[in-house]
Design a protein around this ligand. Structure first.
Ligand SMILES: [Cu+2]
Length: 372
């Protein structure tokens, strides 16, 4: 829809995000930007990962030359309750959450991940970063048995939001992914996000939503079954997976993770970036009562964002980002606009927005009254 030619005609090439827009030649020389082996000269920063829906502290515009951003993830296999009825899955997770934590870097930075598979786990795991280049997204270099740890470094050459997931091989790949082993990486342009005309845009808050399809088997009475450990659940889960009919479609690991007391928060006038990842299955985010002012639907920040969308598509195996400035207070629902998946299976979040109501945008002219 938004062709490269259209973008090129609207925005001078020099305004496009690139790996070295903010860096001086001296900085680049120091960084060894064209010499990937010159790692000793790069600044190293440790990024503290936080559980979703929160995002790690980060600069929207990069300062200085590319860095090595060090992160650590510990694989945790554990039983997790995924709805208010106590339905349980034998989850596989990065850092104990579904989705795994968001990582944020800038284009041209290096991600250096320490991945640990503690001895108490039962399975081999690894990680495939869609943002990376080569070796099955790093998957071929990160296989870790219980009791092992590995360090992977890759360069974030593409700007955008990207999925990562476990991919140990064969049927283990979808099983680990639908058991919770997926997350997202945001690679910001060094000079930050831009609107479709190339003007800088900033956000006041960012929230990270990982949508998860679960496939919990049911017994003859229709009750969801329970298992001792992941392997115990494997055969039944696989049979359910092959129906392509999830038992649950949820945001951030369980029904109600982002509703009620756990609602996301914002204020009128604030611009909020919603990062939405789905590692396995298509979804269609929609903000009831608002819009996607700017939407990077495919995830690429090198493409101009679409504007004023009512609903957008996140393809299974990808992440996207939507920016919205709240203009009215109240409770908003942010959901998967397959409304069955939202209201019957769980894919809904709330955003509680504080501020002054604007009657010009909307008002109830006559309250409900009897028809006479
Ligand atoms: Cu795994």
């Amino acid at each position: 829809m938004l062709g490269g030619a259209m973008f090129a005609s609207a925005v001078p090439l020099g305004a496009r995000p690139g790996p070295a827009v903010q860096s001086t030649p001296q900085q680049l020389a120091k960084a060894g930007a064209d010499d990937p082996m010159n790692m000793d000269l790069l600044d190293r920063v440790r990024q503290e990962l936080v559980p979703p829906p929160f995002v790690p502290a980060h600069d929207q515009v990069a300062s200085g030359a590319p860095k090595v951003v060090q992160v650590r993830m510990v694989i945790e296999e554990k039983a997790m309750v995924i709805d208010d009825d106590g339905t349980e899955v034998q989850a596989m997770t990065f850092n104990g959450s579904v989705p795994g934590p968001l990582v944020v870097v800038h284009q041209g930075d290096y991600v250096e991940l320490t991945l640990e598979n503690p001895a108490g786990n039962s399975l081999e795991h690894n990680i495939d970063f869609h943002a990376s280049t080569g070796a099955l997204g790093g998957g071929a270099l990160t296989h870790v048995q219980p009791g092992e740890t590995v360090v992977l470094r890759f360069r974030a050459t593409k700007a955008g939001v990207f999925v990562y997931h476990c991919a140990p091989g064969g049927i283990m790949v979808p099983w680990h992914v639908v058991s919770g082993m997926n997350g997202a990486l945001m690679v910001l342009p060094r000079d930050g996000l831009k609107d479709r005309l190339g003007n800088p845009v900033r956000y006041d808050r960012a929230y990270y939503i990982g949508e998860q399809d679960f496939y919990v088997a049911q017994d003859d009475s229709g009750n969801f079954k329970r298992y001792q450990d992941p392997l115990d659940s494997f055969e039944d889960t696989l049979e359910r997976m092959k129906t392509l009919t999830p038992s649950h479609v949820v945001f951030n690991g369980r029904v109600g993770a982002l509703t009620g007391d756990h609602a996301l928060k914002a204020k009128v006038g604030e611009t909020v970036l919603f990062i939405h990842a789905q590692a396995n299955r298509d979804t269609r985010p929609h903000l009831i009562g608002g819009h996607g002012d700017l939407v990077w639907e495919t995830g690429s920040f090198d493409d101009p964002p679409a504007t004023n969308l009512e609903t957008w598509l996140i393809r299974g195996g990808s992440a996207g980002a939507a920016l919205y400035t709240f203009r009215q207070p109240g409770l908003y629902a942010y959901l998967n606009h397959n409304l069955i998946e939202a209201f019957a299976l769980g894919a809904v979040a709330h955003v509680q927005v504080e501020g002054e109501w604007n009657n010009d945008l909307m008002m109830q002219v006559v309250a409900p009254t009897d028809i006479v």
